[in-house]
Design a protein around this ligand. Structure first.
Ligand SMILES: CC(C)(COP(=O)(O)OP(=O)(O)OC[C@H]1O[C@@H](n2cnc3c(N)ncnc32)[C@H](O)[C@@H]1OP(=O)(O)O)[C@@H](O)C(=O)NCCC(=O)NCCS
Length: 161
């Protein structure tokens, strides 16, 4: 069965914070940043339910005047992994970004994050840019992007300024 996905609200802060803490050793969002983003209008949080564990979340950010949507974070509780939650979250993010008329979905990933890279590759994300020493520990960040097909508009291979 496909995992159920819903939009999160500020009451979901504890759960998202727990998923974040269980998923990242470094570069994790401080709780106060999560609280601010959950209360704001620029970032939408999607939550995926799981039969085991806390499930997963994805943060998708929009910028006024830009047709590039950015995935800030995707994380799935270790007890909820390999049940298709991240896939379902990505599909929901594509739907949300398309509905907002975005034509590109972009994200950063650690070069060493094989699990996430495999997932993104499967969803058509391709290398857009490489950022040396992007992370605090000096690791390279890869900027990946996927072109979205808009219903009434052909895919445009252009980037935001
Ligand atoms: C990466 C992550 C989000 C995947 O979540 P998930 O819900 O377990 O992923 P899914 O079950 O939807 O897996 C979809 C596909 O991704 C790939 N994948 C996921 N986890 C993988 C792993 N540990 N090793 C290899 N491939 C993996 C596989 O192709 C998988 O398909 P399959 O199960 O049919 O083989 C999860 O491992 C996680 O939260 N990691 C820590 C946080 C993180 O690195 N986030 C990404 C930051 S950019």
């Amino acid at each position: 069965m496909k995992p159920s996905i819903r939009l999160a609200d500020p009451d979901d802060l504890d759960r998202i914070d727990r998923i974040e803490a269980a998923s990242f050793d470094a570069d994790r969002f401080p709780r106060r940043n999560l609280a601010r983003m959950l209360a704001g209008r620029r970032t939408r949080f999607l939550l995926a339910e799981a039969s085991t564990g806390q499930g997963g979340y994805l943060a998708l950010s929009f910028r006024t005047g830009s047709r590039v949507a950015r995935i800030y974070s995707v994380a799935v509780d270790p007890a909820s992994r390999r049940q298709g939650l991240a896939e379902a979250l990505l599909e929901a993010a594509v739907e949300l970004a398309t509905a907002r008329n975005c034509h590109v979905l972009r994200l950063e990933v650690r070069a060493s994050n094989g699990a996430a890279r495999k997932l993104y590759d499967r969803y058509g994300f391709r290398l857009h840019d490489t950022r040396i020493a992007y992370y605090e520990d000096g690791e390279t960040g890869l900027v990946l992007e996927a072109l979205l097909e808009l219903p009434s508009c052909p895919v445009i291979a252009e980037h935001d300024p």
